[in-house]
Design a protein around this ligand. Sequence first.
Ligand SMILES: [Zn+2]
Length: 545
Amino acid sequence: MSNATSNNQPVNNRQAVIRQTTTPEGGAGTLLRMLPAWIISAVLHVVIIGMFLFVTVGIGTAGDAPPDEVNETQVEEPPAKEDLTNTDLGIDSDVPTNYDVERIAEVSVPGPVLPNEVVGLSNAPEGPAQTIPPPPGFGGGTGGGIQSLTPGNANPFGLPGGMGGLLSVPGGFGARLASGATRERMVLEGGGNGPSEAAVARGLEWLALHQAPDGRWALDGFTSHARDKYGPGGKPFTCNCQGSGQKNDIAGTAFGVLPFLAAGITHKPIVADKKQQRDYTKTVEGALKFLMAKQDKSNGSLGGMYEHGLATIALCEAYGLTSDPGLKASAQKAVNYIVYAQHDAGGWRYGPKQAGDTSVTGWEVMALKSGQMAGLSVPKPTIDGATKYLNSCMSLTDYGYGYTGVGSTPTMSAVGLLCRQYLGWSPRKPELRNGVEKNVVPAPPAVNNMYYSYYATQVMHHMGGEHWAKWNPPMRDALVKAQDQGNDVRRAHQRGSWDPKSDGHGGAWGRVGQTSLSLLTLEVYYRHLPLYRREMGTVKPEDEK
Ligand SMILES: [Zn+2]
């Protein structure tokens, strides 16, 4: 507007605006009176906006203008500030996810492990159907991944939008939601079998029977939480299991719930699973609610960095599998705390901002990748810092990893190598292949070293080919064999669990942790898709980078 012009006749100008606006409406006086209040209000707003255009003019001459006709101030009050806090918890197992229930019965069956299930659905599509929206792409992109038809050569991480050309379903967790036929195919093609799946089913049941009513698993006192049947209706049961670990309910609860999530079992009901044999939705719901209740509301912390990393993986996986908005804030806050707790040199240790060790760093990197796969925000500098840390403790002779600083032990090497795979190293990168061949291959699978075996199994699963063909059968069969069958009548309740006694870390994580890592290792066939998905066992030349 032009002040110079307005200043000549400020009063006239303002009155003219008011009258011009009201005159056409007021031409029929009776009609004006009948107009609904909101139309009058709308007209007033137009007038008021007009007034604003001349407000600088009006200041000097306000005394001359009759102020009585337009009492606009009352409608000028700003709207009350909205409370944007999301109080909708959403985590309610009675509310299904946003499945298209009209179609789900035919194609989309996010199912639990049902070892005796009839194979397949007639006319089921080849690929895993999925009604849960794919998460946004890695690296902060907004586009959900779409199933690619041909494998590309892009790095799967750090690219905006989508899967970066991996021949796989959208979202890193999609495999778990595969229908019965697809899941069975994945188990068989991946190297699992009937006995391994039956062992998973037994192990999940053992875990569910030792969950406390408030949703937690105790690594130490889990026997006092034993129930005669799992879920809310279970009654206290005098159990004869052994294998108490150290007290850590957050780690225990994360250990307890992760094998369910690995099998695609969430707190949401499985709508299409008509002949479901086991319903663990309340089990998972209880665990997630416990973790969320224990989370520090201000900074997102769930405790020390060990248990924080484990619990963050659980929250991120649960969110990634369900897109439940009630989980999102907790999962993102947990990720944010990892971002905050990173040491300047890129690693993590027991407490926030301590100089890193490879063991804790491994859990945090896995949690960050789970967060990314779930579509949560993970800053690139944090990921870059993790790579910097790994560089600092990688041996340049055998490409293994030390606990703190340069070195190479089988376990730390397995942790470091899995981190490298998730942070973008190609399967043909010499440092990766050498690291695997010189540190993992010489250390065979061992059920009494599940910390190593859990990581090494994933490393080999991603490597695929000969590595996986040699690693998987002995690992799988040894775990199936080592599972407690309940044959000892004095310890019959241990059926389905794994004994921590002979494991070096068993004293710390107890029977709950031993069972959890054994299950997760047997669930590798569908828990994570191989990062380097091969067709016909060959890696495309483009993968070499
Ligand atoms: Zn028991």
